[in-house]
Write a protein of this length. Sequence first.
Length: 244
Amino acid sequence: MKKLLFLPVLLIMVSCSSLFAPKTDLVEKYSVDKEAVKNWDKTISETVKGEALIEDWYGNEEPIFYLRKSGIMKEKEYNFLTSLKKKETITQEDTEEFNTLLNKYNKKLKREFWLKDENLKDPKGLAEKMVKEANLRMKNPSNYILENVATGKEKDLLSSYAKKKDLTEKESKKLRKILNSFLKREEFFMAENWYNREISSRLMEIVEVSQKDKVSKLERNNINAKALYIAYPEYFSELEKWKD
């Protein structure tokens, strides 16, 4: 008897919890109706910008252009989407296909950035800049990283690389590995040490994410990757070209 009573109570609890669950479906979250499907380009751009953690997920470009350039949006899909504006009536089939593509594009945008060898332009110059700036009294990314992020061994390696005329391929790879290890560390980005580098929308973007109560592993990596790029943009290729 108790089991029979428990079952309807459980069903009520599940149904109630679903009513108050956060919106995760993009169609519901962005109120995608038939008019939004017809205006497909505006709708896709809005969701891409709204769902992207950082602008580099869509290359800091117009979202539709990036989706096509990157191959995420196939030519057949583009032809279907452009046909929607010409239709007098959007069918249920059109809506379902559009919703599938909308979710697909946003899912494929998620990226976790890592440095490849070719992303590091001047390894010796970067090590030298970091060590020189570490001696400045004014707060900056370099003195913060060397004092609070780098281990003693990593700091010694950076110092030795800064003194060399040039770095060997092996040393450059080692430097890249050190930088990639920084991207995993929770303490890497401390906004106050970046403000003297620049105050910009791209910096405030990661500051906002970093101030969340809970930051996921993916979010932490992306915050740190963009912070590293902002600190030394002349020594790296564009963030969107980094490995993911």
